[in-house]
Structures are given as structure tokens and as C-alpha cells.
Design a binder for this molecule. Structure first.
Ligand code: AHR
Length: 502
């Protein structure tokens, strides 16, 4: 199979917001406890944070991390997580039927985030609580001092405010599973009033209102229209979520799902424009795609186990073990975000450690990179700059979600400062290698090319504690530069990163 791609310096989509490569940590399962936090672990720092995990997170260079949920946030009292640890209450977590010790709260997370070189993106509870706890939380984190909440922060050991910029107004409030679930009109009103109160404190905060939990929700996309009509003047982003499943073990259909993601983004973008037009507004609301990943490997068995357990603390939950097929999917998802980076400005892989995550840990033991670690890392490290509008000519196939799914899924990014052009390519064909001809126009002289490949014979291959390098990238010398074009042949079902140095 052959594919021709043309990249032109003037055909651009947008300057990518680096926060497109954000992440997410929820108080869920072992994400926090025995994930990032494990006092007594051989690598733990003075705060009990695991150094081996911090190293793996730093390697990802994820610029922002959403916290503390997720469904968890909708029944969470942030005040439970401050003050002396031994005086913090243990609470029932209604979202995941577990117990929460509150040994990690905002102070511990803030210190961890600083050590991980990532910015905090905090969510307020608009499920069981509301405006009042949200405004207190912002005062606690962001006010310099001289007030009840800011002085309490100081008393608890943090003199300077953290000055958190990004705030989520609740989580998945369209979902009947959410504690404090609301109708679109109810939620829109509450989110608007909460946003107004937060803006009365600091008008420069970046606020994210909840969109649909996924595009199969019965209220989608009317939810977005109603919520934005209530909140348009107060918010900066609308949040979307999507998880990808392959219960049928049908790789072609699975890898076509990013077409559905693309349509979801396009539709919500249209709703944003509709509300903007209706309000005669100049404001540009964008999308924060703050939960996305493959999630199905353990989903059904988790649901059965959860019903039976007796409120355990930090149990094994949502610990999907990713395979090589998921590398291809994560590559296609990230390509979709890059191609839509004019409207998707923030995105968060869900989640970061142990819970549907690229990083896994053993309590008291080691940590390792899941298969999906690599496409996320490559996009985060090399997918910064200007997204390019590529002209792609390749055969396509028919799937349930779309009639013409290109066998080649590709995105391109020009980083003028680094002097690089980077292409992320997935060959969605299971049998045929693909000869790609990449024509580069208007970028000046191309000096060299590097090809990094992820390929495994077995789509089900995983990285485990015993065999952590089973699926990993390799550098090849098979990409050829001739003049200003690159020729490379990629294997069937493979992920490639092609970097051209200018
Ligand atoms: O990431 C796991 C869960 O998925 C989150 O808690 C929730 O927001 C979503 O449904």
C-alpha cells in the first residue's frame, strides 16, 4: 500500500497549547495511595512521594495534572485533606465504594505537582456541595493572606499562595451516576453562579464547565447548548470525555473510533459557535478534553467486584493492562487532538498512575511503563509547535462509525524553535506495509530524518512487571531523505514517529 502526504509551511491549523498533553490523578483505587504516595517505599521522599514514579512522570513532561477527580470530587470535602494528617477524617467515597483516609490533600498534591514539573488543574465539588465550598477553596489556594482561609493555609505550612489558574466546575454533571447529578439547566445555573463568585475573586482564572461525559449520552449535544447558554460569558472551556473500548476484539472497528472522537469535537465546536452567535459574543470558548483513554480491559470485572466489597481503602481498581493494539489507538487519539488543536486546547490522559494509566507500580516494589506510555510521551515531547494541515492521499476502509477511515492516520507538527518537523503515523492496515511519501514544502532545507517505530507481532502483547520492555520503541534507519521529501515504509499495524531536522 502506498500513501502520499504533503506538508506545507503555510497550511497550518493552530499553535498547539502544550496543555494538550495534560494528565489526571483521581483519588481512585491505587492512583494516589501506593501510586504517587507510599510512605516507607524505598524511593519515597520526605513527603512520602515515590521517587521512582516521579521520575517516570517527569519523563512524560506532562504540563498539567487534573485533580482530585473525576467522580470522586462530587462528594469530596477539600477541607478533609488539610491540617495534621492524624486528625484528618476517614470518609466513605461514594463514587467508588471505598474509604478515603485523606492522608493526601491539596498540600501534598501541590508539592508533588511542583516536584513533577506539572501545573495543578483543580476541580471543585458541584455535586454534593456548591458555590460556597468552591469560593473557599480558591481563597485557600490563591489568596496571599489576612483572611480566614488564606491564614489557615499558612498555619498548615504553606506561606505563599499556589495561584492555581485552571479550575473545573464539577465533573460529568450530566451523568446519572454522579453524586449530585443535575439537569443541564440546573447545572448551568449553578456553574454560572460559581464561576461569577470565583471571578469576583480573580477574573483571570481559567474556568472549565462540564460538557457531556461522552457522545452517546442521551442529553448530548443539547446539554452543551443549554449549559453554554447559561455560562458562556463566564467560562473559557467546555470539558469533554471519551473512553475507547474493544470488547469485540475487532481491531479495524476499534481503530476507527477516533473518527467518532473527531465528530464529537466537531459537533461541540459547532454548538460553541451557535451559542456564541446567539449571544452576539466575541468570546471564544474552547474544548478541554480532560478525560480520554482506552478503558475496557478490567471494566466489567471491576463493576462486579465493586458491588461486593466493603469500602476498602485504595483497592486495585481500573487497573487496565494495556497492549500493543492500545498503542495504535492512543496514537490515533493524539493525532485527532493535534488535528483539532485549534479548538481542543487542553486534554488530559485519564489517568496517570495505576488507574487506567501509562505508569504502573507495585506496592513496596518497582514501577514500569505500560505500552501506551510511549505514544503519549512522544506526543508530549515532540508534538509541540504548530499543527500542520496535511494533505493525505491513502486508501480507506468502511467501519461502523465512518465510511472512509484512512489506513494512514497521521498528524504533523512544525517546531520552528527546535527546527523540526515531526509526524506521528499509525498504519491501520493489519496485513500490508505502507510506503509513505512525505513531501515537505516551504520549510527550507531538510537536513536529516529519524524514524522511531513501535511494532509487535502480537496485538495483545503487554508490558508487565516481569517483562517491562516487551513493547517498546526502537530507532530505525529506514527513513530516507531525498531533497525535500521523505520515503519510509512502515509495517502493518504499527506506530511511527518521524522527525525531520531542518
Ligand atoms: O477516570 C475514571 C472515571 O471516568 C472518572 O472518575 C469519571 O469522571 C469518568 O466517568
Amino acid at each position: 500500500m502506498e500513501a502520499r502526504v504533503v506538508a506545507h509551511a503555510r497550511y497550518t491549523i493552530a499553535d498547539i497549547d502544550k496543555r494538550l498533553y495534560g494528565s489526571f490523578l483521581e483519588h481512585l483505587g491505587r492512583a494516589v495511595y501506593t501510586g504517587i504516595y507510599e510512605p516507607g517505599h524505598p524511593t519515597a521522599d520526605k513527603n512520602g512521594m515515590r521517587g521512582d514514579v516521579l521520575d517516570l512522570v517527569r519523563e512524560l513532561n506532562t504540563p498539567v495534572c487534573r485533580y482530585p477527580g473525576g467522580n470522586f470530587v462530587s462528594a469530596y470535602n477539600w477541607e478533609d485533606g488539610i491540617g495534621p494528617r492524624d486528625a484528618r477524617p476517614t470518609r466513605l467515597d461514594l463514587a467508588w465504594r471505598t474509604s478515603e483516609s485523606n492522608h493526601v490533600g491539596i498540600h501534598e498534591f501541590a508539592e508533588w505537582a511542583a516536584a513533577a514539573n506539572t501545573e495543578m488543574m483543580l476541580a471543585v465539588n458541584l455535586g454534593s456541595r456548591g458555590l460556597d465550598s468552591a469560593r473557599s477553596f480558591v481563597e485557600y489556594t490563591n489568596h496571599p493572606g489576612g483572611t480566614y482561609w488564606s491564614d489557615l493555609r499558612k498555619k498548615n505550612g504553606r506561606a505563599d499562595p499556589w495561584n492555581v489558574r485552571l479550575w473545573c466546575l464539577g465533573n460529568e454533571m450530566d451523568g446519572p451516576w454522579q453524586v449530585g447529578h443535575k439537569s443541564a439547566a440546573e447545572y448551568g445555573h449553578l456553574a454560572n453562579e460559581t464561576a461569577k463568585a470565583m471571578r469576583a475573586f480573580d477574573d483571570t482564572l481559567e474556568l472549565i464547565v462540564c460538557g457531556s461525559s461522552h457522545s452517546d449520552m442521551p442529553t448530548y449535544p443539547q446539554w452543551e447548548a443549554t449549559v453554554l447558554e447559561e455560562t458562556y460569558d463566564q467560562v473559557d472551556y467546555i470539558s469533554l470525555h471519551m473512553y475507547f473500548e474493544n470488547y469485540e476484539k475487532n481491531t479495524a472497528e476499534f481503530l476507527a473510533l477516533p473518527e467518532k472522537l473527531d465528530r464529537y469535537i466537531g459537533t461541540v465546536s459547532g454548538v460553541i459557535d451557535y451559542v456564541k452567535g446567539k449571544k452576539r459574543s466575541k468570546r471564544n470558548v474552547k474544548i478541554s478534553f480532560d478525560e480520554w483513554n482506552v478503558w475496557y480491559h478490567e471494566r466489567r470485572s471491576d463493576a462486579i467486584r465493586m458491588k461486593e466489597w466493603d469500602w476498602p481503602h485504595a483497592p486495585v481498581l481500573l487497573e487496565d493492562i494495556y497492549n500493543f493494539e492500545d498503542v495504535l489507538q492512543v496514537g490515533c487519539i493524539l493525532n485527532t487532538f493535534i488535528r483539532r488543536s485549534d479548538v481542543v486546547r487542553i486534554a488530559c490522559i485519564a489517568q496517570l498512575v495505576n488507574v487506567i494509566a501509562p505508569i504502573m507500580t507495585m506496592p513496596g516494589g518497582g514501577s514500569w511503563r505500560q505500552t501506551i506510555y510511549y505514544p503519549f510521551k512522544f506526543a508530549s515531547l515532540y508534538g509541540r509547535g504548530t499543527a500542520l494541515h496535511l494533505d493525505v492521499d491513502c486508501a480507506s476502509y468502511r467501519a461502523d462509525v465512518a465510511d472512509n477511515v484512512s489506513y494512514l492516520d497521521i498528524s504533523g507538527v512544525h517546531d520552528g524553535d527546535a527546527g523540526t518537523l515531526t509526524f506521528f503515523a499509525v498504519n491501520r492496515h493489519g496485513d500490508e506495509p505502507m510506503a509513505i511519501d512525505l513531501s515537505l514544502e516551504g520549510f527550507g532545507e531538510a537536513k536529516s530524518v529519524e524514524h522511531t517505530l513501535i511494532k509487535h507481532q502480537d496485538l495483545e502483547a503487554t508490558n508487565t512487571r516481569e517483562n517491562p520492555d516487551n513493547v517498546k520503541p526502537e530507532t530505525t534507519d529506514d527513513a530516507v531523505l531525498s531533497g525535500n521529501s521523505v520515503q519510509v515504509t512502515v509495517p502493518p499495524y504499527s506506530y511511527s514517529m518521524i522527525i525531520v531536522r531542518l
